[in-house]
Write a protein that binds this ligand. Structure first.
Ligand SMILES: Cc1cc2nc3c(=O)[nH]c(=O)nc-3n(C[C@H](O)[C@H](O)[C@H](O)COP(=O)(O)OP(=O)(O)OC[C@H]3O[C@@H](n4cnc5c(N)ncnc54)[C@H](O)[C@@H]3O)c2cc1C
Length: 312
């Protein structure tokens, strides 16, 4: 494998990374598995590319599951929490009961320090002023230093308090000189979710595509999007045909509800598209929505997916 074409290690965020530990199979493995269906010795019925595209187009997932990837990942704990929601992956994460966690914490880059989105309750929106951006970084950094300092004190590392406070002060000690240090599994409670964690994460290609569709999407949080894009960069040279098909039939494809299907058929049938259809309701979009049994949100999603901004 050419490492220039196929990078195995990508740095992400401020202290994170993702690399390919190992993998099994490639485009050929998908084709090989799919052709088992036709029996040994059967003549090739499709070109490899056509076959892979057929499988993706028809959600024929089991041949795609024959390819597996194992990643080594270092990300903030809050990104890890999103990653583990993808149940079809196998995860093995560093144990903070066993190990002492590092003092690496995520601080967003200045251009990612943004205000709460008004339209997307789970998202960020406009950039904020430069003074406040730097202030946010300072506040985060200081909170992390305080938390890590407390962590070290709880672990019984007496140099941990440093500038923040003295738990062994002679006037009002918080801890006795005999304090043996708290168990790591409890001491970690004071660490913020910005603390970096590490794991191995193994997943088959079919489920990885599902993950990539969800987590490369603009609705996913920026920090996991960065991870998903880096993973895609690592696997794309290994399964280029499958990735090409996934781009066409999965990542940039949209499904239609029953109501949307009827609306689209009517819009095509009238010859003037959505705008022509809307005119038959005298431009009254709520009447159109009522007829097609669509909520305002559904119609907006439909329009953003299928209607050019000029309303055609
Ligand atoms: C933008 C975004 C916002 C989100 N917000 C939240 C949130 O606020 N709170 C929250 O808790 N989660 C949230 N999630 C997580 C989300 O609900 C899913 O749990 C997560 O994306 C995993 O998706 P999945 O089930 O397709 O993946 P996987 O768990 O990897 O599953 C892959 C496939 O296997 C199937 N599958 C897996 N396990 C089972 C099972 N037990 N039974 C049947 N089928 C199964 C799934 O249907 C899926 O098709 C969010 C996800 C995204 C992308």
């Amino acid at each position: 494998m050419n490492d220039e074409i196929n990078p195995k290690y990508v740095e992400i965020l401020d202290h994170g990374h993702v690399y390919l530990v190992d993998y099994m199979g490639d485009d050929a493995a998908i084709v090989q598995a799919a052709r088992v269906s036709y029996g040994a010795g059967t003549k090739t019925i499709n070109e490899d590319r056509g076959l892979i595209r057929y499988l993706l187009r028809h959600a024929h997932s089991s041949p795609i599951e024959m390819v597996e990837f194992k990643f080594g990942i270092k990300i903030p704990i809050f990104v890890m929490r999103q990653l583990v929601r993808h149940r079809c992956a196998s995860t093995n994460e560093i144990s903070a009961r066993y190990s002492i966690m590092s003092d690496e914490f995520y601080i967003p880059a200045l251009d990612q320090i943004r205000s709460q989105s008004e339209t997307n309750k789970q998202g960020r929106d406009a950039e904020i002023d430069s003074l406040s951006q730097h202030g946010v970084q300072w506040i985060m950094q200081t909170a992390y230093e305080n938390a890590y300092s407390a962590y070290k004190v709880l672990l019984g590392q007496r140099d941990g308090a440093e500038d923040h406070y003295d738990p062994y002060s002679e006037e009002s000690p918080l801890l006795s000189n005999e304090f043996p240090g708290l168990a790591r599994e409890l001491a970690r409670s004071v660490l913020p979710v910005a603390n970096y964690t590490s794991c191995f994460w193994k997943i088959d290609l079919s489920n990885l595509f599902k993950f990539l569709k969800l987590r490369r999407d603009v609705h996913a949080q920026f920090e996991i999007r960065v991870l998903a894009h880096a993973m895609y960069k690592l696997i794309q040279p290994i399964v280029p045909l499958a990735c090409e098909a996934a781009e066409d039939y999965l990542f940039h494809a949209h499904s239609l509800s029953r109501m949307e299907t009827v609306l689209l058929k009517d819009a095509l049938a009238n010859g003037a598209g959505y705008r022509g259809l809307l005119e038959s309701y005298n431009g009254d979009e709520s009447a159109l929505r009522k007829h097609y049994d669509l909520t305002k949100r559904e119609l907006n999603e439909f329009k953003s997916n299928f209607i050019a901004s000029q309303g055609g």
